[in-house]
Design a protein around this ligand. Structure first.
Ligand code: ZN
Length: 107
């Protein structure tokens, strides 16, 4: 899914397809109960699964049973693997440290 400091082209292609909503029909992520088209609605939010940290859907209002893809996977959680995360740009991270240091010096 990730490629260095960004999402892989395959993931981006898949994500763009999801955003168009074309041909989604009743597609859902295996191990979850909500259709992808439902999850793209503002009534859904993503929280981290308490067991494995994979983002799972939660209805913004009211209580709904939330399933995580890890519920069907015997090898999750695996704490030897990096936990789910957004792409990390070392360059942006270092730039932020640098600008924080400059700000601190100016105080
Ligand atoms: Zn999980």
């Amino acid at each position: 899914m990730l490629q260095g400091d960004r999402y892989s082209p395959e993931f981006e292609k898949c994500w763009q397809l999801l955003l168009t909503g074309q041909g989604l029909g009743d597609c859902y992520l295996e191990g979850t109960n909500q259709k992808i088209s439902e999850l793209l609605q503002p009534s859904w939010d993503l929280i981290k699964c308490a067991r494995c940290q994979i983002p799972i859907p939660m209805k913004v209002t009211g209580v709904e049973h939330t399933a995580c893809v890890c519920s069907d996977m015997a090898d999750l959680p695996n704490f030897d693997l990096p936990s789910p995360h957004l792409p990390v740009s070392s360059r942006d991270y270092l730039f932020k440290i640098c600008s924080d240091l400059i700000k601190k010096n100016e105080e």
